[in-house]
Design a protein around this ligand. Sequence first.
Ligand SMILES: *[C@@H]1O[C@H](CO)[C@@H](O)[C@H](O)[C@H]1NC(C)=O
Ligand SMILES: *[C@@H]1O[C@H](CO)[C@@H](O)[C@H](O)[C@H]1NC(C)=O
Length: 194
Amino acid sequence: MKGATWLIVSLALCWDSAWGNVVKVNLDDTLKYNHVGVEGDDTPKPDEDDWWKNAVFYQIYPRSFRDNDRDGDGDLKGVIEKLPYLKELGITGAWLSPIFKSPEADQGYDVSDYRSINERFGTMADLTELVKEAHKLGLKIILDFVPNHTSDQHDWFQKSVAGTDRYKDYYVWKDGKYNKTNGVRLPPNNWVSS
Ligand SMILES: *[C@@H]1O[C@H](CO)[C@@H](O)[C@H](O)[C@H]1NC(C)=O
Ligand SMILES: *[C@@H]1O[C@H](CO)[C@@H](O)[C@H](O)[C@H]1NC(C)=O
């Protein structure tokens, strides 16, 4: 599990350069992975710990990938619809940019509930179906998990702001500085959401 978390965090770091693109291409190895193992074949198999080192992922930004219900926004059903196309590309799996519940102040990277699906993209049943259908084609699905921060609407954040004992230290809190000229409190830093 530790390895998986690390992988997802490092994938998130590729965000800027990988918008809507294949992240890493090493097609030869991927094609080998798709073969059923034969005796004496020492090619790494997908189940081995480092299978992802040479895997090919297609990053999907779900909102603009495929709009199955024609409401103007891409959705999980759209990804299901395009699975045969993804399979044909020869990828190991698809990596979905965040699909969790979010007020979308930061393109879905501000998650307000890691256990719910953003209605814009569909339902938990849609996600279950997506994973099932992908696996039938031998494709993996990776979800972009953003553990570094949450939305200010996340239950933990709300409880932490309120000073609820158990949640107080779930976030790093720092008092704002004072403007020495007029005594008005300033933000503790100049961080802004992207
Ligand atoms: C998460 O936080 C750690 C520690 O500050 C930092 O090294 C890492 O780059 C952050 N990852 C992302 C995806 O923001
Ligand atoms: C501090 O207050 C002064 C006086 O109102 C103002 O001119 C200055 O821009 C303020 N500084 C900051 C960093 O907001």
